[in-house]
Design a protein around this ligand. Structure first.
Ligand code: GLY
Length: 382
């Protein structure tokens, strides 16, 4: 695995302090910055450019020198188009086999085939593009960007998306599995019905239970189970853009599409207001189109953190099926949002957080990992 230590993982530096207003920041021994008790979780960086992403945006370098948010920020501040900068950034995780939730080496579906989803949205141009169920292309975000640029459409899926990518000059590969992603899929297969003769409902439950048992047994983080990177930027002109790219839910039913490529769910950008994107259980997000909801809350004046909390509250209220509730009657899954408004205020908010729950941020001070704000106390399995 090519994952390397990022600046954030090298211990405590000044840059790891959250700029949390007069309250400053308390720094825990994990090396992760957390807002000081009582300090506002929405951190105002003024109108300066910034890039925010899920935690993997400050984790992977694919053998290079930069993490995702760092590359995106550098390109953006050098004058490159804001969305092209973000797409060049997330390409690091798409190509890095160490990130088993995105692009090459992402989690395959139940048949062992890697199917990728992505969408992107350009604030100033009011344009968007997406692909879903795309096989054989390591960089689905770049294909989504081609959909935005050269078609009148929004979303291409499956074989059509692949044919489009081929026509646009993308290399089509037979198999995007790596030895690690194949090994994990085989472990999952061993844990479910080996004969595959369960009825569909039982099979879906068995598949989900096996996946969660692998999370519990330390094969992967829950973050990897649902996968995904979302990355949003604000440039010096006050323009906004965003991109989300993923291999989706690990070992999903072939053809399953989550929230990531769906505008308003996995991503939404309004250049006059802000941008929001997600990682986590896509089905829960789709039901509430939370990225759109968050941007609309910000339009009404809510801070990014409060807007995301409102969306998570809606998700909690909409979660009524017993199989999706823990022993406290609360959602038993993770869902996270990364939000920036036009003024440069930002937040990373999760249904639950753990010591490892961070989002990535890059400003003029460089890349850092910042603790997510939890909506609910405890953990999904409590
Ligand atoms: N949020 C990623 C997915 O559910 O596919």
């Amino acid at each position: 695995m090519k994952e390397r230590r990022t600046r954030a993982s090298r211990g405590v530096t000044r840059r790891e302090f959250v700029k949390a207003g007069a309250g400053g920041a308390a720094l825990l021994s994990t090396g992760i910055a957390r807002p000081a008790r009582g300090a506002p979780a929405v951190q105002s960086s003024g109108p300066k450019p910034l890039v925010i992403s899920s935690g993997n945006g400050n984790r992977y370098k694919n053998g290079g020198d930069e993490v995702v948010v760092e590359r995106a920020f550098r390109l953006m501040t050098e004058g490159k188009d804001i969305l092209e900068s973000l797409i060049a950034g997330v390409e690091i995780t798409e190509l890095d086999p160490g990130d088993a939730s995105v692009g090459y080496g992402g989690r395959p579906n139940a048949d062992g085939v890697v199917q990728l989803d992505s969408c992107c949205m350009h604030g100033p141009n009011r344009r968007a593009g997406g692909v879903a169920g795309l096989e054989g292309v390591r960089t689905p975000a770049a294909v989504a960007y081609q959909v935005l640029q050269v078609t009148d459409h929004h979303l291409l899926v499956g074989k059509g998306a692949q044919n489009f990518a081929r026509n646009m000059g993308f290399e089509i590969e037979d198999d995007l599995n790596t030895p690690r992603s194949r090994e994990m899929w085989l472990e999952w297969k061993r844990r479910i019905d080996p004969g595959h003769y369960l009825d569909p409902k039982k099979r879906a439950e068995a598949g989900h239970a096996a996946g969660l048992s692998m999370v519990r047994d330390g094969f992967m983080d829950e973050e990897e189970y649902y996968g995904t990177i979302n990355c949003d930027g604000l440039n010096a002109n006050g323009d906004l853009a965003g991109v989300t790219t993923t291999s989706g839910l690990a070992w999903k039913i072939p053809g399953r599409v989550g929230d990531s490529p769906i505008l308003g769910a996995g991503l939404y950008v309004d250049n006059e207001v802000g941008a929001a994107g997600s990682t986590g259980r896509g089905e829960a997000n789709l039901y509430g189109l939370c990225s759109f909801h968050i941007v609309e809350e910000m339009r009404r004046g809510a801070h990014p953190k409060d807007a995301a909390m409102t969306a998570l509250s809606r998700v909690k209220d909409n979660t009524v099926e017993k199989r999706l509730l823990n022993s406290r009657g609360l959602p038993n899954f993770g869902l996270s949002f990364y939000v920036v408004n036009k003024a440069g205020e930002y937040a990373g908010v999760s249904m639950y957080t753990s010591e490892r729950s961070t989002f990535a941020l890059c400003t003029e001070n460089g890349p850092e990992s910042v603790a997510m704000e939890p909506f609910l106390e405890g953990s999904p399995s409590d």
